[in-house]
Design a protein around this ligand. Structure first.
Ligand SMILES: Nc1nc2c(ncn2[C@@H]2O[C@H](COP(=O)(O)OP(=O)(O)OP(=O)(O)O)[C@@H](O)[C@H]2O)c(=O)[nH]1
Ligand SMILES: [Mg+2]
Length: 211
């Protein structure tokens, strides 16, 4: 599978470094991006690892009732879930500023999705290759909303390694031009590379009107 161009995380003391709250004057393009995916795929983790401001989270403890609805397979240790949205900010080289909105991908959140997707230019869809079917809902939502997107396969230790890119593309019914990368959401550079793959894709499509 193609991996995204390599990146370097901003180092402390530079605009966009962790703790830099105010946008530098050089900020050029402000872009709203969705970080979407099924339950427990790593949306909150990814926004945490790349955000240069203290991220906003809406985490609540998982309840017995939610365990009936959202399958804990693969994420048994998980004790909280995002009940609305995650928010973070990342300045890329070239002073493009990404506003990152983490959003649940289950179809039952369609209304929330429509609200959060408003004004977004693209989506990074996180996929857990151990449970591909869990991503069908979010891929449906992203296709419905017409947002360009890239797919990042989150690197869990027991993820199957034998699927080739073409098999994964077929299983998820992705267009040939949809970027596919792997990423470890816990790692800032890896997550930034996944976001860069999306930004490259957006740039390659030419000017995009906000949805
Ligand atoms: N090994 C590995 N673990 C990960 C990765 N991304 C996330 N995790 C772990 O997976 C669990 C779920 O991550 P979250 O970031 O809470 O997932 P989420 O998509 O925000 O979950 P919800 O908001 O509940 O849908 C956490 O325990 C993370 O540490 C990854 O890339 N690799
Ligand atoms: Mg979350």
């Amino acid at each position: 599978m193609a991996s995204a161009p390599s990146s370097t995380a901003p180092s402390p003391g530079t605009p966009g470094a962790p703790g830099a709250v105010h946008l530098p004057d050089t900020a050029r393009d402000l872009v709203k991006i969705l970080v979407a995916g099924p339950f427990g795929v790593g949306k909150t983790t990814l926004i945490d690892s790349v955000s240069e401001i203290r991220p906003l989270h809406t985490e609540e403890p998982l309840s017995e009732a939610s365990a009936q609805v959202d399958d804990l397979a693969g994420v048994r240790d998980k004790s909280t879930t995002t009940v609305a949205v995650d928010f973070g900010r990342l300045t890329l080289p070239g002073n493009v500023v990404l506003y990152l909105f983490g959003t649940p991908g289950q179809s039952r959140f369609r209304e929330l999705w429509n609200d959060i997707a408003h004004g977004a230019l693209g989506a990074l869809v996180l996929v857990d290759s151990r449970r591909l079917d869990a991503s069908f809902d979010v891929l449906g939502l992203v296709e419905e909303s017409g947002l360009p997107y890239a797919v990042a396969f989150n690197d869990f230790p027991d993820a199957p390694r034998h699927y080739g890119e073409e098999r994964l593309r077929r299983a998820l019914d992705l267009e040939p031009q949809t970027p596919m990368v792997t990423c470890d959401a816990r790692n800032a550079n890896s997550s930034i590379d996944a976001l860069l793959a999306l930004v490259d894709h957006l740039i390659g499509r030419g000017p995009v009107a906000a949805r």
